[in-house]
Design a binder for this molecule. Sequence first.
Ligand SMILES: Nc1ncnc2c1ncn2[C@@H]1O[C@H](COP(=O)(O)OP(=O)(O)OP(=O)(O)O)[C@@H](O)[C@H]1O
Ligand SMILES: O=P(O)(O)OC[C@H]1O[C@H](OP(=O)(O)OP(=O)(O)O)[C@H](O)[C@@H]1O
Ligand SMILES: [Mg+2]
Length: 281
Amino acid sequence: MLRVAVPNKGALSEAASQMLVEAGYRQRRSTKDLVMIDAENDVEFFYLRPRDIAVYVGEGTLDVGITGRDLLLDSAAPAAEQVGLGFGASTFHFAAPTGTMTDVAQLAGKRIATSYQVIVESFLEQQGIDATVVRLDGAVESSIRLGVADAIADVVETGSTLRQADLAVFGEPLLRSEAVLITRADAPEPAKYDVFKRRLDSVIVARTYVMMDYDIRVENVEAAVELTPGIESPTVSPLHREGWVAVRSMVPRDGAQRIMDGLYELGARGILVTDILACRV
Ligand SMILES: Nc1ncnc2c1ncn2[C@@H]1O[C@H](COP(=O)(O)OP(=O)(O)OP(=O)(O)O)[C@@H](O)[C@H]1O
Ligand SMILES: O=P(O)(O)OC[C@H]1O[C@H](OP(=O)(O)OP(=O)(O)O)[C@H](O)[C@@H]1O
Ligand SMILES: [Mg+2]
């Protein structure tokens, strides 16, 4: 059985389970459940703190894990990112009381509170900045007001937590994170990993693309398929109406409206967009 680690709580938990459901796996019924066996698919799911997941996978006790890229890097565990999963996006920034700092060089000699000690210390070392890292478990935005730090380094998503604490980011982001699939570094691929990976890849494709259908005059097909090249190649089928064909192609969800405008200009009609429920490409 493939042994898979899934976040049990926090920002990644629900979206990770949702993705696994879309990939056809059974998920736990209660948020209290620690383990869930999907015997039909030969996979065992372990619900763990996302921060610990890279440790289990790095040790080889579990085969695969879903965690945050930032948590993977901060763990320094021998686990490797296989693919970004397209949810749980965040950036990791330095922040300080609004108007006080504009450059990371100003961190020299200062105290920086963070839950991501390894990431911050390795950044400071790289930049040759001598500062003290104060390791906290969470709510680091309060640390400056409470007098234990001069600046913080934390996950920023909407920025509303920072604003509430009268803090502002400065400098370039240290990293951009999202949920990632990880396996043990420098180890052979786990048995049955290929099917699991293919299923998650397919969910990513089904979420990123939509199916587009349209009718168009034969002489305009070449120009139209340039707008809708698809993943392999568009399907072009004859229509009962003389001189017209039907085209079916996968297009990126993000650009779908623009593509429809372009197709309409080319004379395409009956342009329809539908969600892809599941796929293998
Ligand atoms: N708004 C957000 N807040 C915190 N983490 C986020 C957010 N959006 C995405 N993430 C990602 O979630 C992961 C943090 O997981 P964690 O379990 O610590 O979440 P959490 O929401 O902070 O949970 P908790 O506060 O219960 O510890 C990181 O990879 C982080 O980049
Ligand atoms: O930019 P925002 O959308 O405001 O999100 C980022 C905030 O959310 C997280 O905190 P969380 O609620 O997980 O509390 P914690 O700091 O105690 O983990 C994170 O640590 C930031 O504080
Ligand atoms: Mg948190």
